[in-house]
Write a protein that binds this ligand. Structure first.
Ligand code: MN
Length: 381
């Protein structure tokens, strides 16, 4: 029986993880859960899964939850609560399905306890790739990607040698604006941007998919996970999202990992690796998939993807500045404060103005994150 701490249990990855746990009641047990604000859903989850401890990031809501559930389980609050649960809860695997920078410190605490990391929070590796991968090495911890593209590459690399990889090919759906031209992007609405063709996900990642920053963040994530130069990480548009990603080897042979798009598969693999469990909910019928198509991404239209490659080159805390600026810009777009094409402009502005610490340590990362948010929140009210 594997004990699971699930951070971000009311979001899309969280709900999929709980569905997996429901399917394997003899294999997995939930010992900790967390939400930002959704205490009504968390209350139901507490009743069903009986965790020891839960965290509600919004502290006024956590007080409310305590009244509802009484002594049923321990209730913590705030970012401190997320760190606390990661440090003290009884678990074997942490699934980090929270959004954004918040995932970083709880992940570090889990590494220090030598727990398996099922990483669904890509921002953790974007902002602190070097710190995290070094810590994993130091503590001999398994970092298993839940992001579908990275899970695909991880699966393709099973039994292969790193020096025989020619390149990684990350697939991208292209998002809702694949067929819009650059000028049309200026006028898109929040609703347009929130309508993803293939995946049903949370708001932040859906906007990231529309700008293609999601793929940019994933390039940086792949850079740290697989330790290959950025020239060996290619992005290709594949609108059907059947191939989740591929690896080309030095002999020209290519391995691809495929299925109908469903996040339960990469979650399950991260929980069961190096084994596979029999699971019947996801099947792929190639007779119904008429075609698989591929296109080169338009870096001129999707500036965010271009900027992501550039920050790998810049190094230091530049990826952290990019991430913080993107979080702020997406939030402002979702609140109707800026239009869609201002998202990359704001990110570029932050990268120009906020000091990049060439040495990315936990301290300089926290500083860059703080400075970026402070700078942008002052400038764009
Ligand atoms: Mn992905």
């Amino acid at each position: 029986m594997k004990k699971i701490l699930l951070l971000g249990s009311t979001g899309s990855i969280g709900l999929n993880t709980l569905e997996i746990v429901r399917s394997f009641p003899d294999e997995f047990k939930i010992t900790g859960l967390s939400t930002n604000t959704n205490i009504s859903l968390l209350t139901e989850q507490i009743k069903e899964f009986s965790p020891e401890t839960v965290v509600v990031r919004d502290s006024s809501k956590s007080a409310e939850l305590k009244k509802i559930i009484g002594e049923k389980c321990e209730v913590l609050s705030g970012n401190d609560g997320l760190i606390e649960i990661s440090k003290h809860c009884d678990y074997d695997i942490i699934v980090t399905a929270v959004v954004g920078f918040t995932g970083l410190i709880p992940t570090i605490e889990a590494i220090k306890r030598k727990k398996r990391i099922a990483l669904a929070n890509k921002e953790t590796l974007v902002v602190a790739g070097e710190v995290i991968t070094e810590l994993c090495k130091q503590y001999n911890v398994e970092l298993l990607p839940v992001d579908s593209e990275h899970s695909a590459i991880f699966q393709c690399l099973n039994g292969e040698h790193k020096n025989e990889i020619n390149k990684l090919i990350l697939t991208a759906s292209g998002g809702p604006f694949l067929n819009k031209n650059k000028n049309e992007l200026a006028g898109v609405s929040i609703k347009d941007a929130l309508t993803h063709p293939n995946w049903k996900m949370g708001n932040k990642i859906t906007i990231d998919s529309a700008t293609m920053m999601n793929k940019g963040l994933e390039v940086i994530e792949a850079y740290w996970l697989f330790k290959l130069p950025k020239e060996k990480i290619e992005v290709i548009i594949h609108p059907q999202s059947i191939i989740h990603s591929m690896v080309e080897f030095i002999d020209g042979s290519i391995k691809a990992q495929m299925s109908t798009p469903n996040m339960k598969l990469p979650i399950l693999y991260a929980l069961t690796y190096p084994n596979r469990y029999s699971y019947r909910s996801v099947r792929t019928d190639f007779k119904k998939i008429n075609q698989l198509t591929f296109f080169e991404p338009d870096f001129d239209k999707f500036t965010c993807l271009k900027i992501a490659y550039e920050v790998i080159e810049e190094g230091g805390t530049a990826p952290c500045i990019l991430n913080a600026a993107n979080e702020i810009a997406v939030d402002k777009f979702l609140n109707g404060k800026i239009n869609f094409i201002q998202i990359p402009e704001i990110i570029k502005d932050a990268l120009d103005k906020v000091n990049n610490h060439k040495n990315a340590t936990l301290e300089t990362i926290l500083e860059s994150d703080f400075r970026t948010r402070e700078y942008l929140n002052k400038k764009y009210l």
